[in-house]
Write a protein that binds this ligand. Structure first.
Ligand code: HAM
Length: 420
């Protein structure tokens, strides 16, 4: 039997060769968020379980089926964060950010953990780029948040992604709507799946986006939230659309977007690839959550945000054949020949690194031929050879790996030579 240990199901190593691409995406996220005035926040990888039970909602798939929860020393129940919003809201309250200048605009790049059935684009550990805005109730804030995702995707060159927007109303209009919806569903309830039955009382709107085929058939023709909004919610949604037009964000209204987390009010949206035959999955999603800060014990504060799945963005980049010229270079490889030269090579490498160059030297006791081969493999721009003769003269024989030209350079002149 093999005694090899494998990575847990649904997790991925991000290997060195993929890091430049990850960094490219992370830097684009930081850059876009920064241009809109968002400041970065980092919250812990685990939180009190009841933060998610109360924040995300106890009728959601996340809380019912997907959390990595453990009991700490037999007492406290802790959970690896399945999403970024509830922790940021917790931190907003705990750190008294409601007395800071409003709106408070925060962004994050975080790990998330959900115990789902792994498939392409759906993992047990994945990464999100998210933003949250606190204290802004106006529809312009909804449009601004949606446009962050839109501009982010545009910056990366990702095409054919639609922002699908909807309004899921407020507690007032939802009350009347739920009555209508329940009256429509009631006669068919026993034919629906267990999840639908469980959600019927507490969260009937979720039945609208049940993925089970028979449920879909029974739900067809059900009243939709968007046709039952109160005047305030209707006006708000109209304004969101007007501002999205002004910000040149392409979108479609999709009344079936209801979202799988309980905290949403008013605007809800998802970014879905147009060619949805390959994957059903949203690459990003979010919405307004005007009641969440209060639910988690803070003062009444409007909130809105979104999160993009980094792995799903990578899939889009791959499917759309988008690549970036990613630098993977070594400025200098110092090739010593002999023991004395080796000490000097180590000394020179240190000095050159302090000068800011990316430098490698031999740590394998290789022959010059093997060192040249290695320098080629690591894309070294220059190789500086040092043998007894060079040591005596205090120079290096520098080879330009592209032109193959060789020049004798005094060590003191090397930084200037490489920079020219
Ligand atoms: P969410 O829709 O659960 O929303 O997740 C946001 C995004 O995370 C998804 O659109 C998807 O790209 C990615 N994602 C979710 N689950 C997985 C998974 N198992 N594997 C890979 N990627 C995944 C939220 O998390 C909300 N907190 C978004 C939000 C922020 N709403 C307001 N503010």
């Amino acid at each position: 039997m093999s005694n090899k240990i494998y990575a847990p199901k649904g997790t991925n190593d991000i290997l060195p060769e993929n890091i430049p691409l990850w960094e490219k995406i992370e830097n684009a996220a930081k850059d876009i968020a920064g241009r809109y005035g968002f400041k970065q926040i980092r919250t812990p990888e685990f939180e009190s379980t009841n933060l998610f039970e109360r924040g995300v909602g106890d009728t959601t798939d996340i809380v019912q089926k997907e959390m990595y929860t453990f009991t700490h020393r037999g007492k406290e129940s802790l959970t690896l964060k399945p999403e970024g919003t509830a922790p940021v809201v917790r931190s907003f309250i705990e750190n008294g950010m409601s007395s800071a200048a409003q709106p408070v605009k925060l962004f994050y790049l975080t790990n998330c953990f959900r115990c789902e059935n792994p498939q392409k684009g759906r993992y047990r550990q994945f990464h999100q780029f998210g933003i949250e805005v606190f204290g802004a109730e106006d529809a312009s804030s909804d449009a601004e948040v949606i446009s962050v995702a839109y501009e982010f995707l545009k910056e990366l060159g990702i095409k054919d992604v639609v922002a699908k927007v909807n309004s899921v109303g407020c507690p007032t209009c939802r009350k009347n709507y739920y009555e209508k919806l329940k009256a429509f569903i009631s006669p068919k309830l026993d034919k629906l799946c267990d999840d639908c039955k469980n959600r019927f009382e507490k969260n009937p709107m979720r039945l609208i986006d049940c993925k089970v085929e028979t449920c879909k058939e029974h739900i067809q023709g059900a009243p939709l939230m968007i046709d039952n909004l109160c005047t305030d919610c209707k006006d708000h949604f109209e304004k969101v659309k007007e501002y999205l037009d002004a910000m040149e964000v392409e979108y479609e209204v999709d009344p079936t977007i209801v979202r799988g987390l309980d905290y949403y009010t008013n605007t809800a949206f998802e970014f879905i690839p147009k060619d949805n035959t390959k994957s059903q999955a949203a690459i990003g999603a979010g919405g307004r959550y005007n009641g969440l800060v209060e639910t988690l014990g803070g003062p009444k504060t409007a909130g809105i945000g979104l999160a993009m799945g980094i792995e799903r963005i990578l899939i889009q980049l791959e499917e759309q054949g988008i690549t970036f010229p990613l630098e993977n270079v070594t400025d200098l490889y110092i090739a010593p020949m002999g023991e004395a030269a080796k000490t000097t090579a180590l000394k020179y490498a240190t000095i050159m690194r302090r000068e800011g160059f990316i430098v490698q030297t031999d740590v394998m006791n290789r022959s010059l031929k093997a060192q040249m081969k290695y320098a080629d493999k690591i894309n070294a721009k220059y190789v500086a050879m040092i043998g007894d003769e060079e040591l005596e003269k205090g120079v290096l024989l520098v080879r330009d790996m592209q032109t193959k030209e060789q020049t004798e350079v005094a060590f003191g002149d090397l930084p200037g030579f490489l920079r020219k």
